[in-house]
Design a protein around this ligand. Structure first.
Ligand SMILES: [Zn+2]
Ligand SMILES: [Zn+2]
Length: 76
């Protein structure tokens, strides 16, 4: 496999809706909510909480880029 310096980067649009748990304020991607309850609350208390509020997607968090040459995804 050839070495790549990742100079040919393309910005990946942030299109991943997130929600925040009303109990522990964990922010999680919707697609990671497998069974619909908060995994953090379930781990700490054994209870399943289903109360979430939507989080604006264009706030914090690193931008992600994909190298057009080798396909690796980089957070910057
Ligand atoms: Zn690369
Ligand atoms: Zn929670």
């Amino acid at each position: 496999m050839t070495r790549c310096n990742h100079t040919n980067l393309a910005l990946i649009p942030e299109n991943r809706p997130r929600v925040r748990c009303r109990h522990c304020h964990l922010t999680i991607e919707v697609k990671e909510l497998g069974d619909g309850y908060c995994p953090e609350c379930f781990e700490s208390s054994g209870r399943k909480h289903y109360a979430f509020e939507p989080v604006a997607t264009d706030t914090t968090g690193p931008s992600r880029y994909r190298c057009e040459d080798c396909g690796v995804v980089i957070e910057a």
